[in-house]
Every structure is written in structure tokens, then in C-alpha cells.
Design a protein around this ligand. Structure first.
Ligand code: NAD
Ligand code: MG
Length: 409
């Protein structure tokens, strides 16, 4: 089977994190659009140039067979030989490890979906940015751990950055970029997650299974736990600060359990503009895939009459301290968001492996931020990727020590 280059009129796409929830949703839209045009998944308005994954070789190989990319890459170097064997009959370059992922991201595609989870996605996403591509950001951790650096690189390369995160995609659709001074505030809505109504005692005993069972969205494990602690909204406040020309104190959070209003922008004249839709990530992804056009998406149509009412609550910081901790980290600036993100990644992973309790996640993040004063926080600007990864690594060591202490306590 031959991988052919994109023809004129085709959009050439790369999907970093193709085997994950966002990757699958993106490929679902591409599959449908191509099949409607040509009867096959691999040919049509979208030409899949590159797919990457963390370690799921069988899934990546199956996608390569279906979409016939020119190139695939797997983060786990130990899986390279297996992956090569699985796609030996395909005309497809296979790479592995950090270099493999970075090169794949910098390849010949015009449009890149950045959907690797965590700070691991920063380096390949930056490679795509440096080529001046259209980069669609699902991976919010990129902006949390290296926001200033990332946005400087976007400007320097003239890359186009489109947000896939539903809240930021909503704001992007109603934000008047020509008149940012006319904006009073942006409000990120939050579902409140599976523990919105839970007592602290119930949260203390929460299992990974309960934490990943999100009421409205089907997502990867890490972001599902972040939604349960509401750290996800904290990360999104930081993400919004870097994506939109607003001040830190102009970003607000409101709980909206139905997840229908995806976020809104309030203007100084009293107008509030919002974007609404069924909670299905294919809508914001489709916005970025077809941008600046619109494409048809088979989502459940929004039926406000059947819904009857939309409700709102202010967030409860006593049960969801990570939202406040993230807001404080943004105000503090310097290295704080980088440390916050790294500590949270470690703590969530330890919780998913049943090493610490659900409420310990916030405890770990708070303690790591407190004990990393020696990192010389204030006013520091991270100049390059190596510095970010160094701070990230040091914070991970501290977080691992903290979780070990909590695990035996
Ligand atoms: P997921 O866990 O389902 O998928 C993650 C992908 O990244 C997989 O393809 C995995 O193989 C790959 N990966 C994991 N570790 C890696 C590593 N070390 N190196 C390279 N690749 C690696 O996660 P997801 O839910 O698809 O989320 C992806 C990103 O999108 C996250 O940053 C998340 O916050 C963001 N996001 C997700 C949703 C959603 O609805 N799922 C919504 C908004 C934003
Ligand atoms: Mg979101």
C-alpha cells in the first residue's frame, strides 16, 4: 500500500496522540469526511500525513493501516521493532523515542492536532509550532508548563494556534480580537465533575474508577481525574491567560453542571456572548479541522426545550482546593505553573496507581509548591525548552518524595 502526498485542495494533517480520546475523535471526523467524498478513510479532503502514540503499538498500527500515513512514531523506544513488524507491508516510515516524535511533528503536514497528554507533549508540539503550521492545542499542559516560551515561539514562527479545549474554543468563537479593550471578563464554565455533590468524606474514599467516571464527557484518565479535582479548570484558567489578550484577574470560573454553555465573554457594554452545544468534543475539534470554514458533524443536536433549564453554581474551593492553588500559581508566575503542572501529573498518576488517596493529590501539589521556594520563583522567565524540562524534572522528584511520604502515612 502506498502513502501518497497530499494533492492540492487536501489538508495534510498530523495527529500527535492519535490513539487517545482526542486523537480518536479527530480521526472519526476525518474518516467520515473522507468516506463521504471518496468511500475510503485515507483519501478525501484530509490526507493523514503522520500519526503518533505513546506505547499502544497495535492501535497505532491499525490506524496506520486505515489512514496510510507517510510517517508514524511511537514514544516508547522499546516498541519500535514490534511496530515495524506490524506495518512491514505498508509504505510508512516508522520512528520512536523523543527524536522520532519531534521529527514526526515537524514533518510535512500543514495542520497538527497536539493531543499528547501532559508535559510530554511540549517538545513535539513546539517542533510543529516552529515550522509555522496551524497547531490545534488540546494539550493544555503545554501552555501551563511553558506559556510564555510557547507563545513567543508561536509569534516568532508565525504559527496559527487554534484551541481545541471546549471552553477555549467557545471563547475563541466569540472573542473580539480586534477590540480586546472592550472585554470585561471571560468566564470558563466547569461541569463540577463526578464529585460536585460529594462530601469531603466521600471524596477522601474516592477510587480511581469513581474519579474517571465523568458525568458529561468521555476523556482520557488523566484529564478525567483533573476534572474530578477541578484542577482541570485551574489548568484551563492558565491556558486562557496565554491564549487570549486578557489580564489574569479577568478570567473567571462558574460551575454549570449541564456542560451546554461551553464558556462566555462579557463585554463592557453589558453584552455576554457564549457558545453552546451538546457536550461532544467533535464540535470544537471540527471547528479547528474545517477552520476557517465549518463542517457537518453528527453530534446530538442541542435541544434546549427538552433540557428545560440550565443551572449555575460558584465553585467550592474548600472541596476543590486545586482550582484556587492553580489560580494562585498563575498570579505568582515565574516557575510556579511549571511546578504546579509537574506535581499534579505525578500525583494523579500515583492516585491512578492507588498509591495515594484522592484528596492527597491537592496535598502533594500544595506541598511541592511550598517546598520549591529554593527554585527561585519570582519573575523568572523560562528561556528555553531545556530550562522548562529541568524545572519539570525537579518538581517531579519532589512530588514523588511527597507521595511516598503520604503513601506510608
Ligand atoms: P488520552 O490519555 O486518551 O490520550 C493521550 C495520547 O497521548 C495517547 O495517544 C497516548 O498514546 C499519548 N501519550 C501518552 N503519553 C505519552 C508520552 N509520554 N509521549 C508521547 N505520547 C504519549 O488523553 P486525552 O483525553 O485524549 O487528552 C489529550 C490531551 O488533550 C490532554 O492534554 C487533555 O488535557 C486535552 N484535552 C482532552 C479533552 C478530552 O475530551 N479528552 C478535552 C480537552 C482537552
Ligand atoms: Mg476543557
Amino acid at each position: 500500500m502506498t502513502a501518497s502526498p497530499a494533492t492540492s485542495g487536501q489538508k495534510s494533517v498530523a495527529i500527535l496522540g492519535a490513539t487517545g480520546s482526542i486523537g480518536q475523535n479527530t480521526l472519526d471526523l476525518i474518516r467520515r469526511a473522507n468516506q463521504e467524498a471518496t468511500g475510503t478513510a485515507h483519501d478525501g479532503p484530509y490526507r493523514v500525513d503522520c500519526l503518533t502514540a505513546g506505547s499502544r503499538v497495535e492501535d497505532l498500527a491499525a490506524l496506520a493501516r486505515e489512514f496510510r500515513p507517510r510517517q508514524i512514531a511511537i514514544a516508547n523506544e522499546g516498541a519500535l521493532t514490534t511496530l515495524r513488524g506490524l506495518v512491514a507491508d505498508l509504505d510508512c516510515q516508522v520512528a520512536a523515542g523523543k527524536t522520532g516524535l519531534d521529527e514526526a511533528a515537524a514533518g510535512s503536514s500543514d495542520w497538527v492536532m497536539a493531543a499528547i497528554v501532559g508535559a510530554a507533549g511540549l517538545s513535539p508540539t513546539l517542533q510543529a509550532v516552529r515550522q509555522g503550521k496551524t497547531v490545534v492545542l488540546a494539550n493544555k499542559e503545554c501552555l501551563v508548563c511553558a506559556g510564555d516560551l510557547f507563545m513567543r515561539e508561536v509569534s516568532a514562527a508565525g504559527a496559527t494556534l487554534l484551541p481545541a479545549d471546549s471552553e477555549h474554543n467557545a471563547i475563541y468563537q466569540v472573542f473580539d480580537f480586534d477590540r480586546p479593550e472592550a472585554i470585561e471578563s471571560v468566564t470558563l464554565t466547569a461541569s463540577g465533575g463526578p464529585f460536585r455533590m460529594a462530601s469531603l468524606d466521600e471524596m477522601r474514599r474516592a477510587t480511581p474508577e469513581q474519579a474517571v467516571a465523568h458525568p458529561n464527557w468521555s476523556m482520557g484518565a488523566k484529564i478525567s481525574v483533573d476534572s474530578a479535582t477541578m484542577m482541570n479548570k485551574g489548568l484551563e484558567v492558565i491556558e486562557a491567560y496565554y491564549l487570549f489578550p486578557v489580564e489574569k484577574d479577568q478570567i473567571e470560573v462558574l460551575c454549570h453542571p449541564q456542560s451546554v454553555i461551553h464558556s462566555f465573554v462579557t463585554y463592557k457594554d453589558g453584552s455576554t456572548l457564549a457558545q453552546l452545544g451538546s457536550p461532544d468534543m467533535r464540535t470544537p475539534i471540527a471547528y479547528t479541522l474545517a477552520w476557517p470554514d465549518r463542517m457537518a458533524v453528527p453530534v446530538t443536536p442541542l435541544n434546549l426545550g427538552a433540557l428545560g433549564q440550565l443551572t449555575f453554581e460558584t465553585p467550592d474551593f474548600s472541596r476543590f482546593p486545586l482550582l484556587k492553588i492553580a489560580q494562585v500559581a498563575l498570579q505568582r508566575g515565574g516557575l510556579a505553573p511549571t511546578i504546579l503542572n509537574a506535581a499534579n501529573e505525578v500525583a494523579v498518576s500515583q492516585f491512578l496507581h492507588r498509591k495515594i488517596g484522592f484528596l492527597d493529590i491537592a496535598e502533594v501539589v500544595e506541598r511541592v509548591l511550598e517546598s520549591s521556594e529554593s527554585f527561585d520563583f519570582g519573575g523568572i522567565v523560562l528561556e528555553n525548552l531545556e530550562q522548562v524540562m529541568d524545572v519539570d524534572a525537579r518538581a517531579r522528584v519532589l512530588a514523588t518524595e511527597m507521595t511516598a511520604k503520604l503513601a506510608v502515612a
